[in-house]
Ligand binder design. Sequence first.
Ligand code: KG4
Ligand code: ZN
Length: 349
Amino acid sequence: MSGKTWTVLGIETSCDETAASVVRGLAPGPGEILSNIVFSQTEAHAPYGGVVPEIASRAHLEILDTMIERALADAKLSLAEVDGIAATAGPGLIGGVMVGLTTAKALALATATPLIAVNHLMGHAMTARMTHGVEFPFLLLLVSGGHCQLVGVGGAEDFRLYGSTIDDAVGEAFDKAAKILGLPYPGGPAVELAAKTGNPRAYELPRPMKGRDGADFSFSGLKTALRLLAQDGAKDGISVEDAAASFQAAVIESLVDRTRAGMALFRRDFREGNVLVVAGGVAANQAIGAALAKLAGQEGFVTRIPPPRLCTDNAAMIAWAGVERLSAGRAGDALGISPRARWPLAAPA
Ligand code: KG4
Ligand code: ZN
């Protein structure tokens, strides 16, 4: 690493993870994660089968201070030693975002340190720079509980949307599939585990959007097909493992087909570009990662997928987004900046 490095405290509270982290580095990375603490509220929400916003914001409020103290202690730094304080300012559950952003504002004001209001999706998008030092441009497949999109990333402020879901996000589809199959929440890891011992060809399920023009996704039809399969099977019984494997195989075939289409669109914009970054919680799925790596091999791309704990929500990616901002020589945000429930990363290309 050459030149000055930047040390940033990151705060993430946009969904059901309360997280704080300190990261040091200089874009394009890789960066050094000095501490990375994630408290998952999974148990608090599990009885309801999904995230309850009111419970989430209260839980963030209760522990965020302690998490920040621990992140600084683990990094062996005091607040006075960080160059920036970055917090997710959206998109997400507004109550939680307010807790994190307000805390960051207070710390920034008290220490006269720049505040960096981070788009959560930007955090996911840039993680592969922190982990692998990926240079621009790259094709981003962002697959999480709330988002499913293919984006050409030409720079830290150059995002081109090639495709997105017309209904459910892929993580959401995993969560709903788990519910249908009686698997625990959160659904993604549970479906992946069940699929490991199932036969992916046991049940015929649709491959949504396969072969369609453009690079959009759709998952609600697949979810409905799985529900019908489970309803029919209620009489004779279906194998949960086989159903999970068949569902995951359908998701994979759809993702691979759409990503192939996205690669063609990306190559039109960036002739020499050959890196596929997969980000967001669903990127933690090993079977999906393997299928995308195979596709990349066929299409002359290489894949860069951060390790699972940096794919799901965390604050290191938010701190890194702060490092990106400071590395680009750009100023912090005004303390009056508002949290945003909705905040798209990219407009259609
Ligand atoms: O990025 P993330 O932690 O939160 C959002 O910003 O949405 O993503 C959470 C989503 C959930 O829908 C979860 O079921 C899914 O990612 N997920 C997975 C896996 N691990 C997490 N989906 C499939 N396979 C996994 N192993
Ligand atoms: Zn996320």
